[in-house]
Each structure stands twice: as C-alpha cells, then as structure tokens.
Ligand binder design. Sequence first.
Ligand code: MGD
Ligand code: MGD
Ligand code: MO
Length: 640
Amino acid sequence: MEYISACTLDCPDSCSTIINTDEHGNYSIKGNPAHPVTQGYTCKKAKHALSRIASPDRITTPLMRQGSDFIPVSWETALDAITDKIESLRATPERMLHLRGYGFRGILADASRYFFKQLGASATHGALCDNAIVEACTLDFGEMDQNNVTELLNADCIINWGRDVLRSSVHTATLLKDARSRNIKMISVSPMSPEEGKRIHISDTHIQIRPGTDRFLAAAILKRLVDEQISNTILERTANGSEFVAFIKTLDEKNLLKACGVEPHELEMLTELFSKEDVAISNIIGWGLQRYRYGGENVRYINALCMLSGNVGKKGAGSYGGFSTTRNFDSSWRSGGSNARTLLLPNLADEILEAGDIEFLWCDGSNAVNQAPDAKKIAKAFRTIGMVVVVDAFMNDTAKRADIILPCALIHEREDVFGSYYHNFIQYSAKVFEPKGEARSGYDVIHALADRLAIHLPAKGDILTQALNTEPITSLTANPLETIRKQGFLPTNHPQIAFKDMQFAHADGKYRLPDSILHDEPTHDENYPLSLQSLINKDYEHSQIPAEEQQTLLKAYVHPATLARYSVTAESEAELISPIGKIQVQAIADTSVHPEAVIIRRGGWMMFNRCANAIIEPHVTDLGQNAAFYSQKVKLQALL
Ligand SMILES: Nc1nc2c(c(=O)[nH]1)N[C@H]1C(S)=C(S)[C@@H](COP(=O)(O)OP(=O)(O)OC[C@H]3O[C@@H](n4cnc5c(=O)[nH]c(N)nc54)[C@H](O)[C@@H]3O)OC1N2
Ligand SMILES: Nc1nc2c(c(=O)[nH]1)N[C@H]1C(S)=C(S)[C@@H](COP(=O)(O)OP(=O)(O)OC[C@H]3O[C@@H](n4cnc5c(=O)[nH]c(N)nc54)[C@H](O)[C@@H]3O)O[C@H]1N2
Ligand SMILES: [Mo]
C-alpha cells in the first residue's frame, strides 16, 4: 500500500512523504515528488523517525512508578490516578504546570494546551528555540514574515548569516546550490573556518566571526553606509531613522571590527555590495546567532542593515528569518480559558523551586529535563512535585523522572495537519499504522481525561475543519480538509514578496530600527574562556536519538591551537567544565572550529553522560526570553 503522510518533526522543511507498506510488515519512506519543496527526498532524521515506530525500546503501556522502578498499569488505573490528582487541585489550578515541547506539531497536537488552559493551570513563557529572532523581527517589521523562498533565486547576492543548511534544512541547501549554479554571489558569516563555512552554508566566500558578535559586523557596515548617506525614501519608511543614524555615526569602526574579529578587507567587500542600489541582497538569518545573551540585538542589526541598504520589500532582496507555523490556521477553537501564571522555561529548575507549590506536572512532546538549561537541577526540581506525568514513547531523561508515563502514538500513527516556518505549504500527516501496543495519540489521551473531568473538547473533524477555514487556504482550495487528506499538502496564498514597497505591519506602516544602543559582549570569568556551541545533530532531531548510538564518549571538537593552549592531547579523554558541572569528552582536533569555541553535538542523554545542558547555565536572551545556550563559557581540561 502507498500512503501520503508527512514528517511532523520540528524542522523548517516540513516534508510531505510517501510511505510504502507490504503484507510482511515491511515499510519504507521517501519524499513526496509532487510536493514543490520536498521534491521527492527527505533527510536521515525523517527516516530515523520512522524506524522509531518499531523500536524495541518503545514504551507501549502506561507505566506507574514503584520505588525506583516502573510497573505496567492499565489506562484506566493511570487515568483514574491523574483525574483524582487534578480534581484535588482544581480549586488551586496554579499548582498544576503544563510543559509542552516541540516533539509533536499539528493542529490536534494543541489539544493539551487547550485542556490545561480550560483548567486554568500554570504554563511556561520564553522558549528554547527561536524566540529571540521572533521577537526581534516582530519589533522591526511589525510581524514575522519573509518572501516566498523561491524569491532567493531572484537575488544578485545571498548572505547566509550562520544557517547550517547542510544539517538543519536539506531543502534550503538544494535551493542554495541552485542559486549558486545560476551565478548568484554566495557569502556566509559564522564562527566556522572559511573552508567549513563555505561547505555547510553553501557559499563561495566565508567570513569567520567571533561567536555571538554579528551585530558589530552589521553595525560596521551600517556605519559606512550612513557616513555616505541613506536615501530619504528609505528613512521616511522608518519611525526612528534619524535617531538611529545619529547613533550609528557615533560608533568607532575599529572597535566594531575588533569586537567581531572581522578583517578590514572583508568589511570593504561587504560595504561595496550593500552600497550598490542595483544589487539585490537576500539575507538568511540563522538560528545559531540568536542563541546568545544579545541574540535579539544580533538579529535587529542585521535587519537594520537590510532595511537601510534598501534590501527589504523588493525583488530578490529581503531578510529571511521565518514565520509562525500556525499562521495559516484558525486557532480560535483553543482560545478559551487562561493560565494562572507562567514560569520562565529557560530557567525551569529555579522557577519550579522558587514557586515551591507545584504539585502536578504534565509534560508532553518535550524532553525538558534534557533540552532546557541546567538539566541536573531540573531533575531535582521534578522530585519536589507530587505527581509528574510524562507523555512520551521512550524512557528518556524526562520520562525517567515521571510518576506516571503515558505511551504516545508517534508520527504516521496519528492524523494531523501542520505548517512550516520556512515554506508556504501546509502538510497532512496520515495515520498509516495503528499506534504500537496500547499507545494513544495526544488528542485521544486528552479526550479521555476531558471526559472524566467534564471539560468539553471539540471533535477532531470539527477542529480540523475550522482550523483550515481561513482565507490563505480557502482562496485556493474549496474543500481543504477533504483535499489535503487526499493530496497530502495544500498551497497557501501569500505574496511572493513580504513588506512590498516597504509597507510594514506596525500600525503606522513604518519600520522600527533598534534603540540607540549596541551592547558589548558580556564579560566572563577568565577561568572559563571558551564558548560552548551545542549544535544540532545531522541525523537526529534533538534528543530523539536511540540508546545504541550513545554508548561512546561525547566528542568535543576543538581547534588544535586551543588544544595545545590547554595542554590537551588530540583524541584523548578530557573534561568540559563550566561553573555548574562537568562532562567527560573525547577531545577531537578540528581546524574548522573557531579558536575561542568548543563544538559538541546536542541531544545526548544525561543517563549516558552526553547531555550538553548538564553544564549549561540558564542564560536568557535580550529579546523573547529564549535560552542563550551558546553564551555558555567553559574550560577544557586534560584528564590525568
Ligand atoms: N544545549 C542546547 N539545548 C537546546 C538547544 C541548543 O541549541 N543547545 N536548542 C533547542 C531547540 S532549537 C529546541 S527546538 C528544543 C527542543 O526540545 P524538545 O522539544 O524537548 O526536543 P526533543 O528532544 O525533540 O524532544 C521531543 C520529545 O517529544 C517526544 N514525542 C515525539 N512525538 C510525540 C507525540 O506525538 N506526543 C508526545 N507526547 N511526545 C512526542 C519525543 O519522543 C521526544 O522525547 O530544545 C533545545 N535545546
Ligand atoms: N538534522 C536536524 N535538523 C534540524 C534539527 C535537528 O535537531 N536535527 N532541529 C531543527 C530545529 S528545532 C532548529 S531550531 C533548527 C536549528 O538549526 P541551526 O540554527 O542550523 O542549528 P544550529 O546548529 O543551532 O546553528 C548552526 C549554525 O550556527 C552557527 N553559529 C553559531 N554561532 C554563531 C554566531 O555567533 N554567528 C553566526 N553568524 N553563526 C553562528 C554555527 O556555526 C552553525 O553553522 O534546525 C532544525 N533542523
Ligand atoms: Mo528549535
């Protein structure tokens, strides 16, 4: 049998997929050739997500804690215990906390959010992913938006500000290769060496920058541009142009270059490009550069450079920072209710401990104990909570800390519809397989609880029908739910060029430049000199990695000169130490790593001593209250 489904992993590409099954229980997956972005192929993590369905490690019955162990129980027993607990806290809903991650995306996947809001439970604010970029773009443009991605092919020059497209988004990589073959000028900026920078960002010229300092490079180019003159046509489209221009004039070019470690000839080259009116420059903004203390400011200065150089709202130009995955849907079905309070997600451990009164925790689609900063302290904080319920399919660092584990259905075992934060199509993820064992979809679990607690949850079909009944969808397709179930994806109606003619989404239609301030990098303890870059894993989504892949020492990639400076021998065992802990690593000499940085691939589990967040402190970004993971400083020490 052939099914059209889609990969709901939290990934920009949001692939439509074809799954083939046979009568012997074999199955395979490939990209849907009819989908204009997927184009017939998917990456390894989509294939690995499929093999997780049949994994022998999967949790297939509800489990209840008994001492340090878990025993299988019926759904009835598990849901009874949970219902009793919720009933006992119904008058004090702030004592219940809902923690929701990025593990399952979709319209129906929001059932838990709806349910806990109806109860008035506590939830979280801030984020672990891209909130600094979201807030920065919203402040600048008035809303998150970007051109249709195919517009990149109309650029004269593409600057990739640190998006590792080879690992994070293989379809963007293909698009950039296509752009390069059309002789579009390709430049990238990141802490990687020029050779590796060109490879992972698909560019011909790479500028190596000090970690976390893109704003100084953007400001240096801006300084040259404003010293020449910014056209009045552009300044008139901003609300605060003259103040910002006056501020930029006060900056010192030498200091800016020193702060970001970029050479004068590189500034020269970029300035020449940005000053030419007839060169359309498309800027792709990576997620890496916003995971720093001043990550929001990094994004705002790059956007300001796009704006003041005339590279917004016109053919071939623009800033590509993404948009909301839910922007095409009517989400009003889940708008009722409220959260009693919210806790700051990047500082989850302290927030739980300081609140002191959380008695019930529901965690779904999130390996929070592993993925949020100060992982060991989160594990401790969970122990202060009377009942922890984790809805997941694997015994990971978070499930291990539960009192009750509810087994969830995975991708291709449940129906849902979801959007992308990169392209304008919406996808249909089909129920190809029955959920393994007693596993249930997130929606079905919440439905069972809602029934017990007499909370109304709309029917699946009603939610989907309502969600798809929006102008961007119905202007192109008459019966969206019926059609997407058949076809696997639908186009949406968005203009090719965002903010055309410099019309922005603020009430006055004008752009907002950053406040007249440019923050220095935070000072740090000299004993911890290296920037810890916990970057994504090419083959797996975050912590969704099988145990058998985690049986060796975590690798730490370091420049050979840095190894020599700290007397660590290449290939030897060493320790990565931060003010809150240490992890044992194998030190790998790698000339592509910035001399002031250490790279580890994130997602490893604490139980295998591979969790980056065990040594990452809860730093928060200047905008959006995102975790500033890459502002973590560490030292590397030889193991004697
Ligand atoms: N050190 C460090 N940590 C980081 C980052 C970093 O740069 N450095 N970046 C982070 C980023 S970008 C992100 S997006 C977040 C990711 O943080 P998480 O959202 O916690 O990411 P995952 O590790 O993918 O965990 C998702 C969990 O959902 C489960 N799951 C899958 N499908 C379903 C389902 O249908 N129902 C339910 N209930 N569960 C399901 C999976 O088994 C998995 O355990 O954290 C990040 N953490
Ligand atoms: N295979 C795979 N794909 C994924 C995911 C996954 O887990 N696995 N996760 C998905 C999710 S949720 C997200 S948010 C994205 C994350 O996608 P990315 O943002 O690509 O991921 P990162 O590895 O965080 O960032 C990578 C790049 O940021 C650069 N960088 C670091 N610091 C700086 C800096 O100061 N300036 C500049 N200019 N560059 C810098 C690094 O050199 C690196 O090239 O990927 C998505 N796709
Ligand atoms: Mo993310």
